[in-house]
Design a protein around this ligand. Structure first.
Ligand SMILES: Cc1ncc(COP(=O)(O)O)c(C=O)c1O
Length: 535
């Protein structure tokens, strides 16, 4: 412990809280990096300096839990934290003026602070944690605030704006529909919805011949669950209801989606878990080094799960938290196993679809076809829309009114989605993601060599990459460093969202990014790594 840290915890507890927030690599909750306020048994509070604070360990953890191995540091940090409203203190940063980036104020921009504070006051804590910029407008691969700053965007608004932000054709399509005077039809038919479901079936491989439009990614994974279980019961009776998914998987935040998810801390609110949901190790080749399909079979056997009781398997085509792909052989054998046992295979492409990985859909990398395809995010380039594309035998299980929502296939959103798909196809963005991805991944391989001790792995394909930040020389995540890297980029005009999964810095620019903008971003990333790892 350094002397400045000693100074911090000895201070009388005050309302001075925290200046930076990181995402816990275990549970995804937000943790203040610098000061923690820990409630004591007598109702008072104490400030501590962070997850490794020795005083925190001595005074609180040790009496309660005894001596624990150091890897427990993250866990105890999560249990003890209380996250206050951040003060959003503007910080002086060097001015940046290039073609793609402009930083001319302190960050956060001082004039944005009252609005940020209003946000923190009226929204739940769950909405905090991103670099503090209030988006004013976004175009192409750039994001602007109202105070003269401009960021090169490597988020695509969480893999939504594959064709770039505010594409003129999508804006026009929205305006046209609004001008015509149609904002909503419930599930009465509207032409845009009909054209869109037809288009999505055209894009999907043969056999996936019907589409249900919904609103969020969680909606579609819930529907996939309903379809798989309904089918299971029909072909295998009461017992065929189990859903198999993977460790570290994310399928959304509603109940079914979280039961299928593979991040235990995210489901602590549920209480006793339903035994018909089982997670098996995801073969990412980094934290799970056994990537053979035998591990899948063995995991079922260990849990005494027989195929006759399994209704479906749901897998992200790449796992979002680490941008990790399963081996091709594994996925082929999984497909065969599902077919043999009449188990529905669901590919969750909510973030992987629409060209991101250099294929229209990421499952194409495995040369398999799922029974159900879950789409969302980049389907409509900005307005809320998602889709389940599946075999009609699955989607037609339910009768009129038994599987629909108020906003299924909203006409304005459906027009936006149609325009979006047209742009993806016409501008050959799938091919572009593939070729630009080569540039990106070649550079990241060099970065990994340069910063080897703290980069455990780099995963991804096409224009999506995940840099796994680790404690030097281990596979233990270092979410503090990962967050620092993101903030260093932010202060230099390169926008990334907060680290995901186990301290993964995620890169996902719009697919229209130009080679020189990409190179500039990579240069900034390198500078950020240097600054964040220095000292
Ligand atoms: C693979 C995957 N499935 C489902 C979801 C949930 O989507 P939504 O946030 O739209 O509910 C996400 C969101 O990040 C996702 O990445």
């Amino acid at each position: 412990m350094t002397s400045s840290r000693e100074g911090v915890w000895r201070q009388k507890p005050t309302a001075i809280y925290e200046t930076e927030i990181v995402t816990c690599s275990l549970c995804g909750k937000m943790i203040p990096v610098k000061y923690w306020v820990v409630g004591q048994a007598d109702g008072s509070e104490k400030i501590f300096c962070g997850p490794d604070c020795e005083q925190l360990y001595r005074e609180y953890w040790l009496p309660k839990y005894g001596d624990q191995p150091s890897e427990k540091a993250q866990e105890r940090s999560v249990e003890l934290m209380t996250t206050p409203i951040p003060p959003f203190t503007p910080k002086k940063v060097p001015e940046v003026r290039t073609r793609y980036r402009k930083i001319v104020t302190e960050l956060p921009a001082p004039d944005s602070v009252p609005l940020l504070e209003t946000m923190a006051r009226y929204e739940p804590r769950s909405m905090l944690g991103q670099p503090p910029v209030i988006w004013d407008h976004a175009e192409g691969f750039q994001v602007y605030d109202h105070y003269g700053n401009m960021w090169l965007d490597w988020t695509s608004g969480v893999l939504v704006a594959n064709i770039g932000h505010s594409h003129p054709e999508v804006r026009q399509a929205i305006l046209d529909e609004v001008e015509r005077g149609l904002l909503h039809t419930y599930i009465f038919p509207n032409e845009a919805r009909i054209r869109l479901v037809e288009k999505l079936v055209e894009l999907a491989p043969p056999g996936l011949d019907k589409t249900l439009l919904l609103t969020t990614g969680s909606d579609v994974t819930e529907v996939a669950l309903k379809l798989a279980r309904g089918h299971g019961r029909m072909v295998g009776g009461e017992q065929k209801i189990r859903m198999i998914s993977f460790t570290n998987a994310f399928h959304g935040r509603s109940l079914g989606a979280q039961l299928m998810g593979g991040i235990p801390k995210l489901k602590s609110w549920i209480g006793p878990l339903d035994e018909s949901f089982l997670q098996v190790p995801f073969p990412d080749g980094f934290r799970c080094t056994d990537t053979s399909f035998e591990l899948f079979l063995q995991s079922l056997e260990n849990a005494s799960v027989t195929p006759e009781t399994v209704a479906g398997v749901i897998v992200e085509s790449f796992q979002g938290g680490g941008v990790s792909f399963a081996p091709v052989e594994y996925m082929r054998r999984l497909r065969e196993w599902c077919t043999r046992h009449d188990v529905v295979l669901v590919c969750d492409e909510v973030q992987a679809g629409f060209g991101r990985t250099g294929k229209m859909f990421a499952f194409e990398h495995y040369d398999i076809v799922p029974d159900i395809l879950c789409c969302g995010k980049a389907i409509s380039a900005g307005l809320p829309m998602s889709a389940v594309i599946a075999r009609s035998a699955l989607l037609d299980q339910y009768g009129p009114g038994e599987m629909s929502t108020t906003h299924s296939g909203n006409p304005v959103v459906a027009r936006a989605a149609l325009a979006n798909i047209e742009v993806i196809l016409r501008e050959r963005l799938v091919e572009k993601a593939r070729s630009m991805g080569e540039l990106l991944h070649a550079d990241l391989r060099q970065l990994q060599v340069e910063f080897r001790p703290v980069i455990g792995a780099v995963h991804g394909k096409g224009l999506v990459a995940g840099i796994h930040i680790v404690q030097p020389g281990t596979t233990d995540p270092d979410s503090v460093l990962a967050h620092r890297i993101v903030m260093e980029c932010f202060q230099r005009g390169l926008l990334m969202f907060a680290p995901v999964g186990m301290a993964t810095v995620k890169i996902c620019p719009p697919l229209i990014i130009t080679p020189d903008a990409m190179q500039e971003g990579l240069q900034v990333l390198r500078e950020a790594f240097r600054a964040a790892t220095k000292g």
